[in-house]
Design a protein around this ligand. Sequence first.
Ligand code: UGA
Length: 458
Amino acid sequence: MKRGSESVSFIGLGYVGLCTAAVLASRGMKIIGVDIDGEKIAKLAKGETPLHEPGLGSMLKSAVKNRRIQFTTDIDRVVEADVTFITVGTPSNQDGSISLTFVKKAAEDVGSAIRGADAYHLVVVKSTVIPGTTTGLVRPVLESSSGKPCGPKLGLCSNPEFLAEGSAITNTLHPDKIVIGANDEKSGDKLVKLYQRIYRARKIPTIITNPTTAETIKYASNAFLATRVSTINTIANICQRLPSGDVETVAKAIGLDPRIGSVYLKAGPGYGGSCFHKDLQAFIAFSRGLDYDPVLLTAVEEVNRRQANEIVKLSRKLLGTLENRRIAVLGLAFKKDTDDVREAASLRVIEELVNNSASVSAYDPMAIENARKVLPQQVELATDSRSCLKGAECCILMTEWDEFRQLKPRAFKTLMRTPNIVDARRIRRQGDFQGFNYLAVGLGATMPPIPVLAAPSK
Ligand code: UGA
């Protein structure tokens, strides 16, 4: 790749690497995308997207067409870039602690690639890594493999990401903040300038700190969000046991307090996805290593694990026993608009149903293929919601897909053997289901439909 405009390389082309690379390419930067997976690279080189993410496909296609992005398995090509982002995965070890094997290997390989090169090269750790990794692991590995110390010729920063699946491109185009943990002033300045080129006149709040604090911000963010979900689910479980309790009204009301805020207060079957559980486990293991037991975070995880059982309990309440009962699970993805089932609550709920000898049929508009690889064999995977509902004695609404919001109550009534609904996401109203047995997360069983917010009293 010819020098001229800023060129940036990415090592690891998962969600974070690919979405960030696509956005930078759309801003006119020259991108080299590196991954060890040759099949993935071949697909990408043809402009095909290996993952489902709104907006990513068209952005990649145009970047490939305009040759603003090139894909390769040859990591030595990072020497052609001015900046290299490490965006490899950080999976969990058996005990929940983080595995830094890929990060270490990436640092080693980048160092070897730039060894002997004279130009300044900035290495940016974007993968989620436990506090201290950039300074304590990446820096020494990089310095040793490149043969140069961090400073005049070699820059190093931590720069965590905060993008969510399903909105990764929008989040990258419109971040609420940029966090830069700079090893030294020159490294920080270089990264700030790169982001200025992307966001131009827009002033994105930028926190410049040391690498360890930057790494901690990422875990704090996910720990806090997960805590909110487990907190509202705890309140939901209490509301559910009150004759006229309703967690939605509680959430609306407390959300009006600016100290609390209204987002991320949706009760449900528990959080899923590739980040919260993994990051909380890694942070818990890391804290214990520091001789601090973060009991709040272990409780957040425990509440989440048990939440699936709360959903199963609702179906048991309707059916008495689950044994040989036909249960339709609508939704497998960990949230709507993704095909991702990693750590999805649906998997925990289905496991519990199967353990109780229920006969389960399941359907998802997008995640069937991924679910098939991890669900027990006896789970029947339906091709649409209607065939999933056929003959069911209970339907659990698991994922908040629009398709399930729009299903007519009549369809449930005519297809199901008995009209029992468990709404694990509160996507429907009790009033929609006249003549049904309808139970929902955080809704007291005998609650009459009431207006959401009362008018202020005079
Ligand atoms: C999450 C964070 O939101 C991102 O900021 C972060 O960058 C990302 O992890 C990461 O570390 O890579 P993501 O896992 O894609 O993003 O999904 P979220 O939209 O945050 O949802 C996580 C889970 O919480 C989902 O299962 C969702 O259904 C659940 N949730 C979320 C609730 O049950 N209630 C809520 O109010 C919000």
